[in-house]
Design a protein around this ligand. Sequence first.
Ligand SMILES: Nc1ncnc2c1ncn2[C@@H]1O[C@H](COP(=O)(O)OP(=O)(O)OP(=O)(O)O)[C@@H](O)[C@H]1O
Length: 211
Amino acid sequence: MRVRATDLAFAYPGSPALFQALSFDADGGELLAVTGPSGSGKSTLLSLLGGWLAPSVGVLEVTGVERLALVPQNPFGVPGRTALDHVCLPLIASGLTRTHAAQIARGHLELLKLEHAADRPYRMLSGGERQRMLLARALASGPDLLLVDEPTAQLDTSSAAEVCDALASLERSGVLVFVATHDPRVVDACSRVLDLLRARPQLEQENHAVT
Ligand SMILES: Nc1ncnc2c1ncn2[C@@H]1O[C@H](COP(=O)(O)OP(=O)(O)OP(=O)(O)O)[C@@H](O)[C@H]1O
């Protein structure tokens, strides 16, 4: 699978462009951090990648993606259902038996270092465990492209570190992952960085003004 963006620009109707002249290529197995200050368009770029929005200018080619998964900024779970139940859900929905689904789900929980919490209800998971469980559930849906929005936004330092380790391990999954973040620890866990600050129209004008 492959994503190729050429000279992308995006503006919401009636608003100035959030970014422009944004070009990049990405392949399966890469983990890209989408960075930039609050309001620079990180979540908006994820929406473009997911096909929920179309670029205002430029071309965004997403090829070979049969399945897409999103871990949103404020994810939620069912308080009384276990971590294993949550991760099994997309597998059972795709037609697997409960036993087979549980076997595969435990593998995803193990990849994200959550095997100890498999049988714990969602309400008893820490913030970092919830975030990792939701990453495991996203992986269980078998995505080619995974979009993750601000995974450490509400976490303390040690939970954020666990999530960063989990994100780094996704590189081995072969999935193409985009992570919107302004957390430098998440950026460090990623293999590449797409900095929207560099594609900000206002900044470009300021640079022209200086030179
Ligand atoms: N549907 C919409 N219509 C109009 N403006 C929007 C819409 N969604 C977002 N915006 C605006 O676009 C800008 C970029 O929003 P976006 O959420 O993509 O930024 P972000 O970089 O992810 O921000 P944060 O780091 O705070 O989550 C913001 O000013 C936001 O208010």
